[in-house]
Design a protein around this ligand. Sequence first.
Ligand SMILES: Cc1ncc(COP(=O)(O)O)c(C=O)c1O
Length: 389
Amino acid sequence: MEERNLISKRVRDIPPSGIRRFFDLLASMEGVISLGVGEPDFVTPWHIREAGIYSVEKGYTSYTSNYGLLELREEIARYLKTRYGLDYDPGRELLITVGVSEGLDLALRAILDPGDEVITPDPGYVSYMPCTMLAGGVFIPVPTTIENDFQVKAQDIERRITPRTKAVLLGYPNNPTGAVVARKELLKVAEVVGRHNLIVISDEVYERLVYGVEHTCFASLPGMKERTILLSGFSKAYAMTGWRIGYAAAREEIIEAMLKIHQYTMLCAPIMGQMAAIEALKEGDEQVAEMVAEYDKRRRIMVKGLNDIGLTCFEPRGAFYTFPSIKSTGLSSDEFAERLLLEDKVAVIPGSTFGQCGEGYIRCCYATSMAEIEEALNRMSRFLKRHRA
Ligand SMILES: Cc1ncc(COP(=O)(O)O)c(C=O)c1O
């Protein structure tokens, strides 16, 4: 009898993660400075932690509405109105998710039929391709380049539109490049999206982490609220990665479809995290500003430092990543990252992990202390002296 495959074709088709081996290696080493992980090095501000503790003490340990706590949705609606002038009905147009991660999965599964195409800038966040594939979609990368500070261009998106295109998936401020797209270009993207009747999934998890520029919320562009599934959350701005709270904002029909999946797969996001998120929105602005100011200092040091040691680095205006070119070494980004780790004990992520256009680059996260950034730069400088092509 023919042996039966235990694993579904859909999962088998997902390429293995290129960095798992790398992280295994990292875990077995001592004295490594990591510029690898993409999360804040701050702990959640105390008053937000207290709100989580308080919720447990008060006995708030139950499920919530599938949509999430109404009070949290009301706070998010208020926030989106104040910050971007957007009107979302907290009763029907907002859904609390288990991080942006769940929101992304729900959005893709809610809108895609098998074979539908999703266009997304390359390089981009590692989950975009596998989540598109798991939802039955076809992933269509759009190259972005350092010459254009890794900003996607509307004309490059339009060139990839076919009768099967269903959505454009944008992630700005960008992981891994730190790029922010200028409003002028986003208006052109909006025009293309409208003309071709597409949906935009806009992952804005880094919306609060911008430096000297304004974040443009895609849904706030003319005519785009109806077409956009806005995804955001608390992980990055409030240093709340472990609380697992995000949200989706979209028109009722789309939120209903996402809820259909969410109610059977997740039921609801954890209540303690939701209580903490309410506190974050009500009272967390000051701490966000403090963390952003600190990231900005580190960003400047790292960008200057990388350029000084000979790794060309454009100025990233968002998130907490730099994306220097390592082409001068003649090494591939995989080789560079592995050798730097083994020889000089600095962990960075190979750019190729984030798409073909990431080859020749590495991602260095500056959500780490200034002392570690400076030491990492010293070690990289030593490494480069030995490896310059
Ligand atoms: C671009 C992007 N989107 C989504 C996520 C996941 O965020 P969350 O913690 O809200 O699930 C990350 C985390 O690194 C990210 O970089």
